[in-house]
Ligand binder design. Structure first.
Ligand SMILES: [Fe+2]
Length: 449
């Protein structure tokens, strides 16, 4: 390639989030009569909502900074109710206030709330990792910024973990200035009952973490705050560092004020954890691992593969291994096995990196058989994250359904696909065909009635 063609390819790569089905949709809609192909399960009762960037008036210099838009579909006894898409009506959307002041202080009520949506203690919270949550209603209208009644003193990750035993919601917040990392726990009633700072090497970007029955696992990895990028205002101010050590930290849940035990690992980055659990001598962590990401610039992504870290807390050792898997992102499990030994994981397959989103496959991993089963949507259909919805009276871990949006490029429309999570035939049970596009986004959750 000539230098000019190289430069053009580089520019194309950096702006992938503005084209095709990454581009925003223009209006908020409520659609009541939706076409369904196939048969929806009669025990699917609830709301599926997915969040993602849909830049309205902000300049969207990076895929991660567009204004958050929620896309929801509700289900009742085998029938589909409405589809709605709604902006999270943030101060950022209204251009009110400033996240960062000239003196370096931040206003965490100013945010894009574009990354995830969770429900805990009856509250639905739209999340982005540098700010407070935004509370929303079940009709996807916005209530406003939520700081746990004034108790939250850090940002909140977009990947909190809800313990299936205690009902507690565990989460962290990271920041470009000290304290760089704060751990928080809200009890099952939604009260913030514990917060503490965690010592990390520097201003690392931490997107996800993990819990087990007895431990909290932190990722202190070499994507770090970059002042020059921040001053330029042109991009996300985080980039790969060759100098920053990569570590995994483990904190006991029964002694949350205890020191964190840190373990050095090979340099890498993890956006998303699949799951973690306790074993006899320590903890096991499974995650989608990038050998390197955002080196030189933070506009594009390479491919991530499933890794397992086995941490022996008695001997103080850590082992890591690459597992046989396709390139994955957005890994999920049945939420009922969060932090527990588990058998199944689910993930879309991104052979050419996440920005391509062209390879139309979703996979189910069976750890017991050490085998992936894949469903191929075909060339013109591009799936995103798929989430697990348990069946009524579920007995096995995979008794339930997988739900997710996929973009059908030939029609320039999106559909919500529903699979039987047992994947026996690996064909969708049903497909809700929307007369609109749902832009590629980040994360969603199933919220049963
Ligand atoms: Fe994420």
């Amino acid at each position: 390639m000539t230098q000019n063609a190289d430069r053009l390819a580089g520019e194309q790569r950096k702006t992938f989030h503005k084209r095709g089905n990454f581009a925003p949709v223009e209006s908020e809609q409520t659609l009541d009569s939706l076409q369904v192909a196939g048969e929806l399960p009669a025990d699917l009762n609830g709301l599926y909502v997915r969040n993602g960037p849909n830049p309205a008036i902000n300049p969207s210099s990076h895929w991660f900074v567009g204004d958050g838009m929620l896309h929801g579909i509700n289900f009742n006894q085998g029938k589909v109710g409405w589809y709605r898409n709604r902006y999270v009506h943030t101060k950022m959307l209204r251009r009110e206030g400033k996240y960062l002041s000239d003196d370096g202080s931040v206003d965490r009520t100013v945010c894009v709330a574009n990354t995830n949506i969770v429900r805990h203690a009856g509250k639905m919270l739209a999340l982005v990792e540098n700010a407070f949550p935004m509370e929303v209603n079940s009709d996807l209208s916005t209530v406003g910024s939520y700081d746990f009644n004034g108790k939250l003193n850090s940002a909140m990750t977009a990947h909190p973990k809800i313990c299936p035993t205690t009902g507690d919601m565990l989460f962290f917040g990271y920041h470009f200035a000290a304290p760089y990392l704060t751990y928080n726990r809200s009890n099952a009633a939604g009260e913030l009952v514990f917060s503490r700072d965690i010592d990390v090497t520097g201003p690392t970007m931490i997107h996800d973490f993990a819990i087990t029955e007895n431990h909290v696992i932190f990722l202190d990895l070499p994507v770090v705050f970059d002042m020059a990028l921040a001053m330029s205002g042109e991009s996300l101010p985080y980039i790969w560092s060759d100098d920053y050590p990569a570590r995994i930290g483990v904190l006991p849940r029964n002694d949350e004020a205890a020191p964190v035990c840190w373990f050095d690992i090979d340099p890498c980055y993890v956006f998303h954890v699949m799951n973690a659990f306790d074993d006899a001598d320590g903890v096991v962590l499974d995650a989608a691992r990038y050998p390197k990401v955002w080196q030189g610039d933070n506009a594009s992504f390479t491919s991530a593969y499933l890794y397992r870290w086995e941490i022996d807390l008695i001997r103080g050792t850590i082992k890591e291994k690459l597992l046989e898997s396709p390139a994955i992102e957005f890994p999920r499990t049945n939420e009922g096995v969060q932090g527990r030994p588990y058998r199944y994981g689910y993930a879309p397959i991104f052979d050419d990196g996440i920005e391509s989103q062209q390879v139309g496959r979703v996979g189910k991993l069976d750890w017991q058989k050490n085998e992936w089963q894949l469903f191929d949507f075909g060339e013109d259909v591009a799936p995103g994250e798929f989430v697990f919805a348990p069946a009524a009276n579920a007995k096995e871990e995979d008794d339930g359904y997988l739900l997710g949006f996929a973009y059908r490029s030939a029609h320039e429309r999106s559909s919500l696909y529903v699979f039987d999570a047992r994947f026996n035939q690996a064909t969708p049970l049903a497909r809700v065909d929307l007369p609109v596009r749902v832009p590629f986004g980040f994360h969603g959750n199933w919220m049963p009635n």
